[in-house]
Design a protein around this ligand. Structure first.
Ligand code: NAP
Length: 259
């Protein structure tokens, strides 16, 4: 299927590996020229070379922390303008609600809510002026179904979801579609580290913890970065012009609801 976005310009944040990389790969396969970002210079540079070589598009790496103002300024400088924006950053650490300080909450909200808001504020006005744009925010299934140990994530991502619900309707008339993708469990380093946390808490092996978590998913498997990237690329396609302000769960059916 031709997604109709060949030659467009995209920014994918937190993309040297995992879900961000899955999105960058799928957009590059659709012909999008990219700026991609992560903090570790060697990793993001290697990923950019690999994606550019595989898909024959331009990929510019920027090593920066996207959760800081200084990091975002450098990324935005490299981008100039973008037709497509995928916001992403590492998730907050797990813990117990009794222990989190004001600073812990501020850090999580900065990283997983306000960074995405700032990137949209910087890039969406240009998309509106040009009459076309796509934004995908990587949030979490925890927006619809809280994960107890991830209270910082539940909090920050729900804030972003509320912002997008209103803002997406204000920009749709200018050809800009803003949506959120909600990952359930995907096989990335983040999932490995959460498997490790479950293993430690329950005194079981990591394999047992993974089997236990996989058993909660109707597909019986974790998702992959490729699955996730394909959904992201579709939301960025020309065909997705009528999809606005939605929260798409990619969780293998784990959330047991009728609607
Ligand atoms: P991952 O495999 O650990 O990859 C994280 C990527 O983000 C890496 O490229 C990392 O590179 C980069 N990164 C992290 N913090 C960054 C920062 N402050 N600035 C710029 N780049 C940064 O994680 P993932 O599984 O893809 O998860 C992506 C997001 O989805 C996270 O917010 C996670 O909480 C959320 N999520 C994941 C799952 C899942 O099952 N995988 C489920 C629900 C939600 P550097 O370390 O070099 O910066």
């Amino acid at each position: 299927m031709d997604l109709g976005i060949g030659g467009k310009r995209g920014l994918v944040c937190a993309a040297s590996k995992g879900l961000g990389r899955g999105c960058a790969e799928a957009l590059a396969a659709a012909g999008v020229n990219l700026v991609i970002n992560a903090r570790t210079e060697a990793e993001i540079t290697r990923t950019a070379h690999e994606i550019a070589e595989r898909h024959g598009v331009e990929v510019t790496p920027v090593a920066a922390d996207i959760t800081t103002e200084e990091g975002r300024a450098r990324v935005l400088d490299a981008v100039g303008h973008a037709d497509i924006l995928v916001t992403n950053a590492g998730g907050p650490p797990p813990g117990d609600w009794r222990d989190w300080s004001r600073e812990d909450f501020i850090r999580a909200i900065d990283a997983n809510m306000l960074s995405a808001v700032a990137l949209m504020q910087a890039l969406v006005p240009g998309m509106m002026d040009r009459g076309w744009g796509r934004v995908v925010n990587i949030t979490s299934a925890s927006v619809r179904s809280p994960v107890n140990v991830l209270g910082l994530s539940n909090t920050a991502r729900t804030g972003l979801t509320g912002f997008v619900a209103g803002m997406s309707r204000q920009v749709a008339g200018k050809g800009v579609c803003v949506n959120n993708l909600l990952p359930g469990i995907h096989a990335t380093d983040r999932a490995d580290s959460l498997d490790g946390g479950v293993a430690k808490a329950q005194g079981i092996s990591v394999d047992q913890a993974r089997a236990q978590r996989q058993a909660t998913i109707p597909t019986g498997t974790y998702g992959t970065a490729e699955d996730f990237g394909a959904a992201c690329a579709f939301l960025c396609s020309s065909q997705a012009r009528f999809i606005v302000g939605q929260n798409l769960m990619l969780d293998g059916g784990a959330l047991n609801t009728t609607i």
